[in-house]
Design a protein around this ligand. Structure first.
Ligand SMILES: *Cc1c(COP(=O)(O)O)cnc(C)c1O
Length: 490
């Protein structure tokens, strides 16, 4: 597309020579001296071709772009497994305190006692929520936490003369990061089937249990939003053959203050601060995936740990069995500050109520939609549930993609689609606790309207979205031939 045809110019196309959003003071080093001060190969011959725009044009450009995006601050965002809850603005206020925002990671421990205390307290709260002994805040995301947690498990096995253990069991409902984590740790991935209630099939599990099992990775409630009633039995079976249990707690939104993974037999847990603990995510922004362990795995945690000697906090690097560092310095500290603020703002009772409301909201939606869309596992759900467009597909040729795209026309973000893989035409819906009954009722009405449209005007659904800045994109070309770099037109 040429620049003239595009509805919005790119920032480069808005460039006018000499326009500035910000002026730097004049150089106080004489130009001719620069050559002596800088290595010749680092001195530019000509200025970089950056866009030249005035502040007002710059602001308008990015505000206009931002208004084209859907966000949780705009309307409902029921993206299952992603916990797109509202992020309270107090988190942003606290993370901007100069003492947190401007601190340098090399500042001596004595001068950052507040930051160390905040890390130690965040660790303590997560330990309480998970029933764990210690937690590291270093991993930068859920997937990174999984990698760290499994590396800890592998180090434990090796340390106990069990270095041969290389099998990691994952259910067929698992999040894609679980098998990826196993592969990144050099393990063999073994899949187990789900049973008719959406939990782990015990016979299928029994078949793959042997002395080579390193771990079972489980999400509970799983990606179907279902709590596995056999969890104690599963833990017993895995532990019996010497394997450990990994809890994918990316979405702990159904369990806070209600069920502690360690009580159910899990040895390692990761949390996503950027889901359960309300810090914003998406668009590749910073995350935080703390990993907690039970007593027998504490020695293997990454360095440094944050310790308290009775009068002051300090960092402990002297941990010979540690798996080492997994991230520079202390992880994404700003995200930790936001998660901490959220926990302090709600308190223990508040976190429990958040979980109860998240579960209530999900069940309210499920009960009001299950006659309009097929529900494969018809039982009480936790924080999310999975519908399917199977009926619409069979009767009217309407796919889940059509339904998802049509939701955009009504101003709502679609649910997660085509996941988990074991439900055909899946629509995975997670309302979170932060939505009002009014919003939930509006979503129900819209979904029911779309179900009706599937019957009466299927063509509209095939063409949706009709009201957004761009319509249906060619996803294959977008992923196979992505244009991610601006090329100046000659
Ligand atoms: C989001 C999620 C992950 C991965 O978390 P990231 O921060 O995106 O890496 C892992 N497991 C489950 C169940 C998730 O929902």
């Amino acid at each position: 597309m040429t620049a003239a045809m595009r509805p919005e110019p790119l920032i480069f196309e808005m460039s006018t020579p000499g326009h500035r959003a910000y002026s730097l003071p004049d150089l106080d080093v004489p130009k001719e001296k620069l050559a002596d001060l800088l290595p010749a190969n680092l001195v530019r011959e000509k200025a970089p071709e950056l866009p030249e725009v005035a502040e007002v044009d710059l602001i308008r450009h990015f505000i206009r772009l931002s208004e084209k995006n859907h966000a949780v601050d705009v309307d409902f965002y029921p993206l299952g497994s992603c916990t797109m809850k509202y992020s309270p603005k107090i988190n942003e206020a606290v993370v901007r305190y100069p003492g947190f925002a401007n601190v340098h990671p090399y500042t001596p421990d004595e001068l950052v006692q507040g930051s160390l205390q905040l890390m130690a307290e965040t660790e303590k709260y997560l330990c309480q929520i998970g029933g764990l002994t210690r937690v590291t805040l270093q991993p930068a995301a859920g997937a990174h936490g999984e990698f760290t947690g499994l590396a800890i498990i592998m180090a434990y096995h090796k340390d106990h003369g069990q270095g041969h253990r290389n099998k990691v069991i994952v259910p067929d409902s698992a999040h894609g990061t679980n098998p990826a984590t196993a592969a990144m740790n050099g393990c063999q991935i073994v899949q187990v089937k789900s049973n008719e209630r959406g939990g782990v099939d015990l016979d299928s599990l029994k078949e793959v249990l042997d002395e080579n099992v390193a771990a079972l990775m489980l999400t509970n409630p799983n990606t179907l939003g279902l709590f596995d009633e056999n969890i104690h039995k599963i833990a017993e079976m895995v532990h019996k053959v010497g394997g450990l249990l990994y809890y994918d707690g990316a979405n702990a939104n159904a369990i806070m203050g209600l069920a502690r993974p360690a009580d159910a037999g899990f040895d390692v847990v990761h949390f996503n601060l950027h889901k359960t603990f309300s810090t914003p995510h998406g668009g590749g922004g910073p995350g935080s995936g703390p990993v907690g362990v039970t007593a027998k795995l504490v020695d293997y945690l990454p360095v440094p740990t944050v310790e308290f000697d009775g009068t002051k906090y300090y960092l402990d690097y002297n941990r010979p069995k540690s798996i080492g560092k997994v991230k520079s310095f202390y992880g994404n500290f700003g995200v930790v500050v936001k998660g901490y603020t959220y926990m302090r703002a709600l308190g223990g009772q508040g976190l429990k109520e958040a979980s109860e409301d998240a579960v209530l909201n999900a069940n309210y939606l499920m009960a009001n939609l299950k006659d309009a869309f097929y529900l494969m596992y018809d039982r009480i759900c936790k924080h999310e549930f999975v519908l399917s467009s199977k009926w619409q597909k069979e009767k009217y040729g309407i796919s889940t993609l059509d339904v998802a795209k049509r939701l955009l026309d009504y101003g709502m973000h679609p649910p997660t689609v085509y996941f988990p893989l074991i439900v055909a035409e899946a629509l995975m819906i997670e309302p979170t606790e932060t939505e009002s009954k009014g919003t939930l009722d509006r979503f129900i009405a819209i979904m029911r309207k779309i179900a009706k449209e599937a019957e009466t005007e299927p063509e509209t659904l095939h063409k949706a979205p009709l009201t957004t800045p761009v319509g249906r994109l060619d996803e294959v070309t977008a992923s196979r031939k992505p244009v991610i770099r601006y090329k100046k037109e000659a």
